[in-house]
Design a protein around this ligand. Structure first.
Ligand SMILES: Cc1cc2nc3c(=O)[nH]c(=O)nc-3n(C[C@H](O)[C@H](O)[C@H](O)COP(=O)(O)OP(=O)(O)OC[C@H]3O[C@@H](n4cnc5c(N)ncnc54)[C@H](O)[C@@H]3O)c2cc1C
Length: 415
């Protein structure tokens, strides 16, 4: 595949853009692959990419029931940070964040990574203590964060109201190298690189059954026919429980809709990401000028991909409190995605009771930021059959052993 470059843009401009190749191929499915990956979201595609790049495994199909990146990967609010409390979380989220730094170069695809800085506001005494503790933990983990004063918050984000009607801003946990990236581009960049390695991305192809013999996975039934495989990796976010059911095991997960909304575009007014966890909302400004806004997940399990009105109302109310300047803005559109949440709010990257079948899920409301780190760790698990250092703490056995990785604070409203 031809590299994208300034020279290529100039060349194509001269010939009226007639020479661009398709970014990825649309092949017919083969009858068998070494590895079948279910789900062409960021996690599935990143797993495929690192299987090829780090382990030379390229006889891979990535099977997607809709269009690639059309799940949560294309529906999230694109926040990237690694300021988690527990060591295993900091390790995998920081690995991911550092891979984002060079992703555009690695993939030869501009994912618009923007390390503009992320702040999580402390608006109660408890939050001050909690975030100070996280800042200390992050210092030990080698993750660069600091607890900053309200004055510094105001300097970094002048449109913020420090003396909010209910909760004044008392400080913030600040990660200067956190930020955002273009979510679709992350999926497209990985897809292009995977296709270039000869992998098959099969869109509009739904997995409807998983087959096994003697306790080992043997293949899948899809809407495009039977496909055999030596190894199967399931990375389907909100549908994890459905796929696990097909494979004959259960997961400690709940699925619910999480929603986001954007305002009409306005002139640049904030160049950091702000999360206000106590009042329950967060906001950043996209390159188009829209304010990108998110809040909480539905309080009941569902697969609706819609979200509910009361969350829109609560989230907007919370953000008007934090940023009174936005009170007269019009909201442009709203959407939802189905997220899968574990009890300890940490992901699952694991072998399963079915031999050679692996699962990666439970990223809940915050798995966009982890895509490259998760793909890296999952590729190692699939290639070697055993988890490496990054994935090992996130095995399913932790739920049996009561060895939880509690991130309920870091994963609250914050994404
Ligand atoms: C509104 C919202 C805001 C969010 N904000 C953030 C944020 O700011 N920062 C952050 O880090 N995270 C955020 N997240 C979470 C993040 O989007 C997800 O954790 C992440 O995208 C999950 O990626 P994935 O590849 O696992 O899943 P997905 O992108 O959902 O991909 C899974 C794919 O599997 C496919 N699939 C399912 N079943 C089948 C089947 N039977 N056969 C074939 N294919 C199948 C689906 O169609 C889907 O495309 C947000 C999520 C939402 C919904």
């Amino acid at each position: 595949m031809r590299r994208y470059s300034a020279f290529a843009i100039a060349r194509e401009a001269l010939r009226y853009h007639t020479g661009w190749e398709r970014a990825w191929a649309a092949p017919e499915p083969k009858s068998e692959y070494d590895v079948v990956i279910v789900g062409a979201g960021g996690h599935g595609l990143a797993t495929a990419y690192y299987l090829g790049k780090n382990f030379g495994i390229t006889n891979v199909a990535i099977i997607e029931k809709g269009w690639l990146g059309g799940g949560n990967t294309g529906r999230n609010t694109t926040i990237i940070r690694s300021n988690y409390l527990q060591d295993p979380s900091a390790a995998i989220y920081e690995k991911a964040r550092s891979l984002y730094e060079t992703m555009s170069q690695d993939l030869n695809y501009n994912v618009m990574f923007s390390p503009r800085g992320v702040m999580m506001l402390a608006q109660t005494e408890h939050e001050i203590r909690g975030y100070q503790r996280t800042a200390h933990a992050n210092a030990l983990q080698g993750v660069q964060t600091e607890f900053i004063s309200p004055q510094r918050v105001k300097e970094l984000c002048p449109i913020i109201e420090l003396s909010g009607p209910r909760y004044p801003v008392l400080g913030a946990l600040w990660q200067p190298r956190g930020g955002t990236a273009r979510h679709d581009a992350v999926a497209w960049g990985y897809a292009r690189a995977c296709s270039d390695m000869g992998m098959h991305i099969l869109q509009q192809c739904e997995v409807t059954a998983i087959h096994q013999a003697d306790g080992q996975v043997t293949g899948v039934t899809t809407s495009k026919g039977e496909i055999k495989c030596k190894k199967l990796a399931i990375l389907v976010a909100g549908n994890s429980g459905v796929l696990a059911n097909m494979a004959g095991f259960r997961l400690p997960l709940e699925s619910a809709a999480l929603q986001a909304l954007v305002s009409e575009p306005i002139k640049p007014c904030m160049d950091v990401v702000v999360m206000a966890n106590t009042v329950h909302g967060y906001m950043s400004q996209s390159d188009k000028g829209e304010l990108v806004i998110g809040g909480g997940a539905d309080g009941f399990n569902n697969y609706t991909q819609r979200g509910s009105f009361h969350h829109v109302e609560e989230t907007v109310r919370a953000l008007i409190e934090t940023f009174p300047i936005i009170s007269r803005l019009k909201m442009l559109r709203q959407w939802g995605g189905v997220v899968d949440m574990t009890g300890d709010r940490s992901p699952i990257i694991s072998k399963t009771p079915l031999g050679n079948c692996f699962i990666n899920g439970g990223w809940g409301t915050g798995g966009f930021k982890s895509i490259p780190g998760s793909g890296w760790a999952m590729a190692e698990l699939v290639a070697k059959g055993e988890p490496g250092e990054l994935a090992a703490p996130f095995g399913l056995d932790r739920f049996k052993e009561g060895r939880f990785i509690d991130e309920s604070v870091a994963a609250g409203v914050a994404h």
